[in-house]
Design a protein. Structure first.
Length: 134
């Protein structure tokens, strides 16, 4: 049976730096080279950023947040149901697409901050997968 992950670095500080799209180690360098492409190393402190797994977790969390915080409450407004679909659908889908594209890099940064605080790395996840397969 696997042990629970221990917090090695301040959790909220690490997640906060990630949400701000900064290195969770120093808080100065950026996490991304491009939109969602994580830098191999922090440009300020040299910390290896690419070793923290951010596979499907950020996308799942973004979908969860969008569904519960935006789409669910939006369905309670009568204007959504009373406006013709030719008008409301392009506006709503455009706004949801923009909100998702703005939220995803922040959530991924926060996820990387969480992985940093817990010291979960790709190497450990590969070793764990190999242990489970045996």
């Amino acid at each position: 049976m696997g042990a629970m992950a221990e917090i090695h670095y301040p959790l909220f500080r690490s997640i906060g730096r990630g949400l701000a799209q900064h290195c969770p180690n120093c808080g100065k360098g950026g996490i991304y080279r491009r939109y969602l492409k994580v830098r191999p190393n922090c440009e300020a402190c040299g910390h290896e950023l690419a070793r923290y797994p951010a596979d499907d977790g950020p996308a799942y969390l973004t979908i969860l947040l969008m569904g519960h915080l935006i789409i669910g409450p939006m369905l309670f407004f009568p204007i959504v149901w009373e406006t013709p679909p030719q008008i409301s659908l392009p506006i709503i889908l455009g706004a949801l697409t923009l909100a998702t594209l703005l939220l995803l890099p922040r959530v991924k940064g926060g996820w990387i901050g969480l992985m940093y605080a817990l010291q979960v790395t790709d190497r450990e996840s590969r070793l764990h997968t190999a242990d489970v397969a045996d």
